[in-house]
Design a protein around this ligand. Structure first.
Ligand code: CO
Length: 149
């Protein structure tokens, strides 16, 4: 097989692009931020409350990607249950970039993948449209798709 066969995968246009961030759920940002800012010497953003997502978030900037630290916000936070099973915190989701989130969604639904919520993109922490995919369809990993232009 030559390079051509490697580069062109018949019938499958490449859909996901770069890893945008890895998200870690934490019980308390007060204790989580110094781990990255002080121990690891990374640059950490200001806190951002996202009530519609039930989290407060900070972003750790790395040269090639970001780490998102998520703390529960409100009594119905979607990460509350995760933290019950992972009281010290843990990797919560991976976010991949796509160019067209609606095309990506339709492509995935056609293949039997489940989209969380009502299937309509929400505005994510970067002000861009995001969707979450069911972990049972993605090797036990919660996947976020973010549209980048
Ligand atoms: Co995310």
């Amino acid at each position: 097989m030559g390079q051509e066969a490697h580069g062109s995968c018949s019938g499958h246009d490449r859909m996901i692009g770069r890893l945008n961030h890895v998200a870690i759920a934490v019980p308390a940002l007060d204790r989580a931020i110094p781990v990255y800012a002080t121990m690891l010497g990374a640059s950490v953003s200001e806190r951002q409350a996202l009530p519609e997502h039930g989290v407060t978030v900070v972003f750790v900037s790395l040269p090639n990607t970001k780490i998102e630290l998520l703390e529960p916000l409100g009594s119905t936070s979607p990460i509350a249950k995760f933290l019950e099973s992972n009281p010290a915190g843990g990797i919560h989701h991976m976010c991949y970039e796509v160019e067209d989130i609606l095309a990506a969604r339709d492509h995935l639904v056609m293949q039997g993948a489940r989209i969380l919520g009502d299937g309509a993109p929400k505005t994510g922490a970067h002000g861009k449209p995001v969707l979450f995919l069911h972990p049972k369809d993605f090797l036990g990993t919660l996947v976020e798709l973010e549209q980048v232009s």
